[in-house]
Design a protein around this ligand. Structure first.
Ligand SMILES: [Zn+2]
Length: 450
């Protein structure tokens, strides 16, 4: 019994011991766990702080980025506005130029083309142009038509002795320096180069009609034409009209010293183009004048006998058309006897017109303008041939420049500006166009014709 009790006691003590031993290991484990947790918490706190720091840094960077973005936007807007200001200035200048040349609708359209460019300045110009349109007046006076031949470039060469009365070129032609002196006077007198197509056309019944002409107060239309651009006049006048290496209209001139030079003022077309570029108000909607082409000697110094020659002539024609020039039939033969003179034979007229249409029309294009050689006024069958070929604007020569509108065609006169007119039509020129004394050159011989 005692043995049994001792054994039980021993077992109990063992259990206690074991229990005590077990308790001590758990405590250690607990402490380690606590330390680990603390370390973990410390680590987490550090990480959280690091995260906060990074977040703050990120936020600062984002703020900086946003500021940079706003600055970039501001600069871009500024740049855009600067670009717009440049474009607006160009548009304002272009619109003013268009309005000066009577392109009112085009100027208004340009000012309103881009809504972002509209500002007080464009609105002010728009009002100014609308005012110009309001101020246009109906022109009710007579329509003037002046015509020229090619310009004399070297009068001293052509007329070595100005005391000898001289006909021909002296009577029919104008000197280059006279033409240059004439233009500002024509401008000052209110003349505006006007297209015959803007004056006369057919109405809905097929009858010829004259359109009302509206221009600013003090302005008046002027029809200008140039006859016989053959350029076969020899030294003293331009030798050829060409397109130069830079694609510009040019004149090839042979000087009295027999040197071939390229110039840009060797005939009326070039001088007038430059003048209109400077003074758009001298031209109604870009129009210049009419070039009355014959056939038998080609055109502008190009004989039209080879493909190359035709191509050169066509290039000149295209350039001129693009700068506001029209072309007219001035007959193929320019022959007075039996054709364009007192004993005119309708069969000759028929042949002449057919030749012009076959050889010259392919170069200058179709036209309804007929400028009669020698100003000869065809009647009867001969006139009918011309009308049947579609020429319903017929111009002769008459210093009073009358205009008659028939149902079938318009017959209108022109006044020649040359040495003869400077003397014989002096009063008319003084009254209507320019001061003859200021224009006429000192190097003009007397004329022969009565
Ligand atoms: Zn002629």
């Amino acid at each position: 019994m005692k043995m049994k009790a001792t054994a039980i006691l021993c077992i109990f003590a063992g259990i206690l011991l074991l229990a005590a031993c077990g308790n001590s290991a758990a405590a250690e484990e607990y402490a380690r766990e606590q330390e680990r947790i603390q370390l973990q918490q410390e680590h987490e706190a550090k990480e959280a702080e690091e995260a906060r720091r990074l977040a703050a840094e990120l936020e600062a960077l984002e703020r900086e980025l946003e500021e940079a973005r706003l600055e970039a936007e501001r600069l871009e807007a500024e740049l855009l506005e600067a670009e717009r200001a440049i474009i607006r200035d160009e548009i304002l200048a272009e619109a003013r130029w268009l309005a000066r040349g009577y392109f009112y609708e085009e100027a208004l359209a340009l000012l309103n083309e881009d809504q972002y460019l509209i500002n007080d300045e464009t609105k002010a110009l728009e009002i100014e142009i609308l005012q110009m349109i309001d101020n246009l007046v109906l022109f009710e006076d007579e329509i003037r038509h002046i015509f020229f031949h090619s310009l004399v470039l070297y009068p001293e060469h052509l007329f070595p002795n100005i005391n000898i009365p001289t006909g021909g070129i002296n009577e029919g032609f104008i000197f280059q320096r006279e033409f240059i002196r004439m233009l500002p006077q024509l401008l000052e007198r209110g003349y505006v180069l006007y297209s015959v197509h803007d004056i006369w056309s057919r109405d809905e019944y097929g009858n010829m009609q004259q359109h009302p002409i509206y221009l600013p107060p003090g302005k008046r239309p002027l029809i200008l034409s140039i006859d016989d651009p053959t350029f076969h006049y020899g030294i003293g006048l331009a030798n050829r009209m060409i397109i130069d290496e830079d694609g510009r209209l040019a004149t090839e001139v042979i000087t009295p010293e027999r040197e071939t030079i390229i110039t840009h003022d060797g005939d009326i077309q070039l001088i007038l183009n430059d003048f209109v570029r400077e003074h758009p108000e001298f031209s109604f909607r870009g129009h210049r004048g009419i070039i009355a082409a014959t056939g038998f000697m080609g055109i502008f110094g190009h004989d039209l006998l080879t493909e190359e020659s035709i191509a050169e002539a066509v290039a000149v024609v295209e350039y001129l058309k693009n700068t506001g020039w029209l072309f007219a039939n001035h007959s193929y033969t320019h022959n007075r006897v039996g054709f364009w003179g007192p004993n005119s034979n309708p069969n000759n007229i028929r042949r002449d017109v057919a030749q012009w249409r076959a050889r010259i029309e392919p170069v200058v294009g179709p036209t309804n303008i007929f400028i009669a050689p020698f100003g000869f006024t065809l009647r009867g069958e001969g006139l009918q041939v011309v009308l049947d070929n579609g020429y319903d604007l017929y111009f002769n020569v008459d210093f009073r420049q009358p205009v008659t509108v028939y149902p079938t065609h318009v017959l209108a006169g022109r006044i020649e500006i040359g040495g003869y007119a400077l003397v014989r039509w002096r009063d008319i020129l003084n009254r209507d166009f320019f001061n003859v004394d200021e224009v006429m050159d000192a190097h003009r011989p007397p004329i022969i014709s009565p």
